[in-house]
Design a protein around this ligand. Structure first.
Ligand code: ADP
Ligand code: MG
Length: 250
C-alpha cells in the first residue's frame, strides 16, 4: 500500500531522512516510535506529499508518485493528480484542526461534498454513521469548541474517514490531550485497526503499539534503526539505540 525506497529528505543543510526503506502492506498497523526530532513527522508528510522528497521513490498503492534523484524531478504529478492520490490517505494530526465555524456534522460533510458527488441526504447519513461509530452522534450539531479535546480528536478521525481513505496516517494523535482523554481516542483507533484499516501511527503510547501494531518501527536520527513485531521490539530489542530509548520511555 505504501512503499518508500531509499528516501532522503533535507531541509537546507539538515538531512532529516537518511535513506528510508519502508513497506506497508494492506491491513497492517505500523506504529512508528522514536525520539523527538528523529524524522517521524517528516516521513509521514513525505508519504502524503505534504513534503517533496530530496531523493528516492514513494509509491502509494501501485502508483509511483514521487521519484527524485539528487534534487532532479524524474516524476512530477500535477497538483490535480497529487490531490487525488492524497484523498486515499486520511491524516490525523496532534492538533485536531477542526473548522471552528462549522458544526461537527458539517466538519464531516464539507470535503466529501466537494469531491464525492453524493446527494445531501447521503452525505448526512454517512456522516451520522461515522459519528455513531466514534460515539459522538449526539454532538453532531455542536460546534467544536463545545467538545473536549478527546471528542474533537474523535471527530477529526471521523472527518478523515468521511473521505473513504484506503490508508490512515496518524501523527501523535493523543499527544496534545489531557491524560484522561487519551483512552477514548486510542479506543476508536483500535476499533479502526480491528476493522482492517491500513494504518501508520506515530505514537508515544507504547501500550497501544504493543497491543495493536502488527509491526513496530524504531526511528532515530533520520533512519529506521530496527523494526519487528511488538514482542521483538519491546521484549527483545537488538540494537543499543532501541534499548536506550525504551529504557527512557517504558
Ligand atoms: P519528529 O516528528 O520525529 O519529532 P520531525 O520530522 O518533526 O521529527 O523533525 C525532524 C527534524 O527536521 C527536526 O530537526 C526538525 O527541526 C526538522 N524539520 C522538520 N520540519 C522542518 C522544516 N519545515 N524546515 C526545517 N526543518 C524542519
Ligand atoms: Mg513529530
Amino acid at each position: 500500500m505504501i512503499k518508500l525506497k531509499n528516501v532522503h529528505k533535507s531541509f537546507g543543510d539538515l538531512e532529516v531522512l537518511k535513506g528510508i526503506n519502508l513497506t506497508v502492506e494492506e491491513g497492517e498497523v505500523v506504529c512508528i516510535i522514536g525520539p523527538s526530532g528523529s524524522g517521524k513527522s517528516t516521513m509521514l508528510r513525505c508519504m502524503n506529499q505534504l513534503e517533496t522528497i530530496t531523493s528516492g521513490k514513494v509509491f502509494i498503492g501501485f502508483n509511483l508518485i514521487s521519484h527524485m534523484e539528487e534534487g532532479e524531478d524524474l516524476l512530477k504529478l500535477s497538483e490535480k493528480e497529487a490531490s487525488k492520490l492524497r484523498t486515499n490517505l486520511g491524516m490525523v494530526f496532534q492538533r485536531f484542526n477542526l473548522f471552528p465555524h462549522l458544526t461537527v456534522l458539517q466538519n464531516l460533510t464539507i470535503a466529501p461534498a466537494l469531491v464525492k458527488g453524493l446527494s445531501e441526504k447521503d452525505l448526512v447519513r454517512k456522516a451520522e454513521d461515522l459519528l455513531r461509530s466514534v460515539g459522538l452522534y449526539e454532538k453532531k450539531d455542536e460546534y467544536p469548541n463545545k467538545l473536549s479535546g478527546g471528542q474533537q480528536q474523535r471527530v477529526a478521525i471521523a472527518r478523515a474517514l468521511a473521505m473513504d481513505p484506503t490508508i490512515m496516517l496518524f501523527d501523535e494523535p493523543t499527544s496534545a490531550l489531557d491524560p484522561e482523554l487519551v483512552g477514548e481516542v486510542l479506543e476508536v483507533m483500535k476499533k479502526l485497526a480491528e476493522g482492517g484499516m491500513t494504518m501508520v501511527v506515530v505514537t508515544h503510547e507504547m501500550g497501544f503499539a504493543r497491543e495493536v501494531a502488527s509491526r513496530v518501527i524504531f526511528m532515530d536520527e533520520g533512519q529506521i534503526v530496527e523494526e519487528g513485531t511488538p514482542e521483538e521490539i519491546f521484549d527483545h530489542p537488538k540494537m543499543d539505540r532501541t534499548k536506550a530509548f525504551l529504557n527512557k520511555v517504558l
